[in-house]
Design a protein around this ligand. Structure first.
Ligand code: ME8
Length: 516
């Protein structure tokens, strides 16, 4: 039986600058969700990429005195490098300047036009270049500095030009029906409520082309116009799986199971995108999840404040899995969170080095010293042992449920509750004391501990893939027996199997010595 498909995407980032920690956060979280589904037996396709058109790109390039293409090439390369540095397991990386994407965007445009949803008119209204968004008069506020700002706090400018429009106003009722019939379409629930009330307040037709610059995808049949950047940006999700070729092998992944995005772009993904798809007669994605923002000690990061955190520096300094673990465990996914040195050091040392690292190191060292470097003999299990092992099984069920609603922090909490219990088990059973009094029981306790570490390591792979793989290597777990299906007793450690020499997997973070 072919396995069930699972298609997951991140937002595609504007390459008008280098990637920052917000981009890293989204990619790491989506990667954890993708890896989880793969280990859970699904046939996963994971897409990320860059959103290269629009006025923001055009203006930044002019400011920097380079061509828009050069700016896009330079920074898209940085985003690709970030995906590698973060250990992202994306199956493809799409750039909206690729030929395949021109074809796809023009095809969806034609499908919407054929459905009678596109007409030519004149636009006069407010536009935020930073958000690449149109705002209504009542969403714009004139502040003391004499500048008008949109609802996300970015400056807006007045725009008047000939434009094609999408008949968004005709989709209000169908969108409300969608949110009603499929309550899981938007997560978390706060985002859903915001969107429902926005749509209830009435939708206006949407300007979907521009004529004052040419950095975009030409409108089919009227090349004076380029498409509004969000029309082409959203279309990346279907380009990535072969649209408009619905016979493409990858098309089996559509509709997407999950679009992971930041909360600031929920409106585009839960109003415009489903309306475009309905118009073009394409199935809708199953769910859109708007995560929160990561701040630097409570402040919004911005280039002008100079507090932008470079993900490459972060990973070099703390280690990749330390950064991944921190971001996924510390911040409830869906809420805003803070980055700080103290918080990351605390998580690294308390959870990874002390709890999981020490458990593995102490049990494996004892095995190396006292059991001849092979998996210990498993004698008859006592209730404490079976309860310990069962807890790891229960953690899978909890994690699966949590990851299904993108509660990544809860999934991790369930796994680390097993680690905490395993530490209590190990301390309580005192295998070092049993060495003299009951060596057979010592071996059973060490076997149970090592087997718990195996289960925990399998469960940890989505979040800290490199370190989890090292742990599994130390337990000599074959590479093809590391999925969740292998948590079962049938794949448990076999007494007598040779083990490599134990090595520490999670180093403690030690403050670099302050200069004398
Ligand atoms: O919005 N914390 O691109 P983008 C968490 N091109 N997430 C953050 C963040 C922060 N501090 N800052 C940004 C775009 N993000 C469009 C998307 S999708 C068809 C087009 C998130 O480079 C942001 O919410 O501004 C978005 O999901 C992603 O990073 C890319 O942001």
């Amino acid at each position: 039986m072919p396995s069930q498909t699972y298609y997951i995407t991140t937002a595609i980032s504007y390459p008008n600058g280098k990637p920052h920690i917000g981009h890293a956060y989204e990619l790491i979280a989506t990667d954890a969700l993708a890896r989880f589904q793969r280990h859970d037996g699904k046939d996963v396709f994971f897409l990320t990429g860059t959103d290269e058109h629009g006025i923001k790109m055009y203006q930044t390039a002019r400011k920097e005195g380079v061509s828009t293409r050069e700016l896009a090439d330079r920074n898209a390369a940085e985003f690709k490098r970030m995906a590698e540095a973060l250990g992202a397991s994306n199956d493809d990386f799409i750039r909206t300047t690729e030929e395949r994407h021109y074809r796809s965007s023009q095809a969806i445009w034609k499908a919407m036009a054929d459905n009678g949803d596109i007409y030519k008119g004149g636009y006069a209204g407010w536009y935020s270049v930073r958000d690449e968004a149109y705002y209504d008069e009542d969403e714009v506020e004139l502040r003391d500095d004499g500048v008008r700002y949109g609802p996300q706090g970015t400056p807006v400018e007045w725009v008047e030009e000939e434009s094609y429009f999408f008949r968004l106003s005709a989709y209000g009722d169908r969108l409300l029906e969608l949110y009603e019939e499929r309550p899981d379409f938007i997560g978390p629930v706060e985002r859903r409520n915001e969107i429902v009330s926005f749509v209830k307040s009435g939708l206006k037709d949407l300007s979907i082309s521009r004529t004052t610059f040419d950095w975009g995808i030409p409108v089919p049949g009227d090349e004076k116009h380029v498409m509004y950047v969000w029309v082409d940006a959203l279309t990346n999700y279907i380009t990535g799986v072969g649209y408009p070729d619905e016979n493409a092998d990858l098309w089996r992944f559509w509709p997407a199971d999950l679009h992971v995005i930041g909360k600031d772009i929920t409106r585009f993904h839960t109003i415009y995108w489903p309306a475009f798809l309905m118009s073009a007669g394409i199935e809708l994605p199953k769910r859109v999840f708007g995560h929160g923002f990561v701040f630097n000690r409570g402040e919004k990061m911005s280039k002008s404040v100079g507090n932008v955190i470079d993900p490459f520096v972060l990973v070099d300094h703390y280690g990749l899995d330390q950064v991944r673990y921190f971001l996924l465990r510390e911040v409830p996914f869906g809420q805003d969170g803070n980055y700080s040195h103290d918080a990351i050091v605390n998580r690294t040392n308390a959870d990874l080095a002390n709890d999981l690292g020490n458990l593995a190191q102490r049990s494996l060292s004892m095995i190396a010293k006292n059991c001849g470097g092979v998996v210990p003999q498993k004698g008859a299990l006592q209730d404490v042992d079976t309860a310990m092992l069962a807890m790891a099984d229960d953690a899978l069920a909890t994690a699966r449920k949590a990851m299904g609603v993108q509660a990544i922090h809860q999934a991790l909490a369930a796994v680390f509750a097993v680690v905490a219990e395993a530490n209590r088990y190990f301390a309580g059973q005192e295998p070092w004391a049993l060495r003299k009094t009951d060596p057979a029981r010592m071996e059973t306790v060490l076997w149970t501990t090592a087997e718990t570490v195996r289960r925990v390591a399998i469960l940890c792979q989505p979040y800290v893939p490199g370190s989890a793989a090292k742990l599994l290597d130390l337990l000599a777990v074959p590479a093809d027996q590391r999925d969740f299906a292998h948590l079962a007793d049938a794949f448990a450690l076999t007494s007598g199997d040779a083990l490599p020499a134990p090595q520490p997997v999670f180093p403690r973070y030690v403050e670099p010595e302050t200069a004398a």
